[in-house]
Design a protein around this ligand. Structure first.
Ligand code: GLN
Length: 313
């Protein structure tokens, strides 16, 4: 007599089913076990408050099944092992409580690479692609391989992407958060062979040396915007998002003089900020002595990256 045991994954579940003698037992198993289609419907119903229930449920179930989404959709009528259903339901609960899908599945794709992320760290966002584009162009301007530092690096979104795109540059990164450091180190190994040097530092306080380029995606939400997100149950940390002061610019105000001191005399600073702050950020950069101050839009066509040069004779 065959029994249906909880198997480790989706494939083995179906292997177990294949081994069952007789049509009746197979049909019975299908009645007991949930299908992919049913699990997706259950998840979508539970997540009806979310903006993207369809996508979220598919990503969570695909992750529990160790499949990609395309393959999951090709197997809608297949039965799911109970351990998979359990893991999936748990992940749906975490999503409903406000955790980003990326935290739950443990990774987020950015610029074609998978970043390891989880509770306590900022997930890479498409907003930040504009800074990568601008930084790559700036790196080309310097022509030869030089030094670049990523301040407030989180899981390494900027530093590691740039290190992978421009091998040979001397790239370092820093962040104040010990949780970010753990994710950074993991990503450093998987994305750039551990080549990026890391400093735990409050802004650039403990970072030695001078840099041709400094990039930063610092926290810049206003406290009001951040508490609005809290109300919507967002879980990403204040340390990575709340810029402080009434206008969200406290961290940027403190960072600009540090960046001035740590850039070489022809150095460039590239900062991510929000469109509503751009005007003030450009003014702060000018007040600090930077020249040739410009901004770039993000993919949504809104001002997102401030670029400033030091240009000392
Ligand atoms: N652009 C991010 C957001 O809107 C904010 C990132 C940041 O504060 N550095 O979620």
């Amino acid at each position: 007599m065959h029994t249906i045991r909880a198997a480790g994954n989706f494939q083995s579940c179906n292997l177990v089913l294949d081994k069952i003698d007789g049509l009746k037992l197979r049909r019975l198993a299908k009645l007991i076990l949930m299908t992919v289609r049913e699990a997706l419907a259950e998840g979508r119903f539970a997540m009806k408050g979310s903006h993207t229930p369809e996508l979220d449920t598919a990503l969570l179930l695909a992750n529990a099944c160790k499949l990609d989404r395309e393959h999951l959709y090709m197997r809608l009528s297949e039965s799911l092992d109970n351990t998979i259903v359990k893991e999936y339901r748990l992940s749906v609960k975490r999503r409903i409580s406000g955790e980003p899908v990326a935290w739950i599945i443990g990774r987020k794709e950015f610029w074609g690479r998978d970043f390891s992320v989880g509770p306590g760290v900022l997930c890479p966002r498409p907003d930040t692609e504009a800074l990568i584009e601008a930084a790559l162009k700036t790196m080309d301007e310097y022509g030869s391989k030089a030094r670049l530092h990523d301040c407030c690096c989180g899981p390494g979104t900027l530093a590691l992407t740039l290190a992978a795109e421009q091998p040979g540059w001397n790239i370092s990164a820093s962040d104040i958060s010990s949780i970010a450091e753990q994710y950074f180190e993991r990503n450093n190994q998987s994305i750039s062979n551990g080549n990026v040097k890391y400093f735990r530092s409050n802004l650039l306080e403990n970072v030695p040396g001078q840099f041709e380029i400094i990039v930063s995606n610092p926290p810049y939400l206003t406290p009001a915007e951040f508490s609005q997100r809290k109300k919507l149950k967002w879980k990403e940390p204040a340390l990575a998002l709340d810029g402080g002061d009434h206008d969200g610019l406290n961290v940027i105000r403190r960072l600009i003089p540090y960046a001035w001191a740590k850039t070489t005399k022809n150095g460039t600073l590239l900062l991510e900020t929000s469109p509503t702050q751009m005007h003030e950020v450009l003014r702060l950069l000018s007040d600090a002595g930077f020249k040739n101050i410009q901004y770039r839009d993000d993919l949504g066509g809104i001002p997102r990256v401030a670029i400033a040069k030091k240009e000392l004779a």
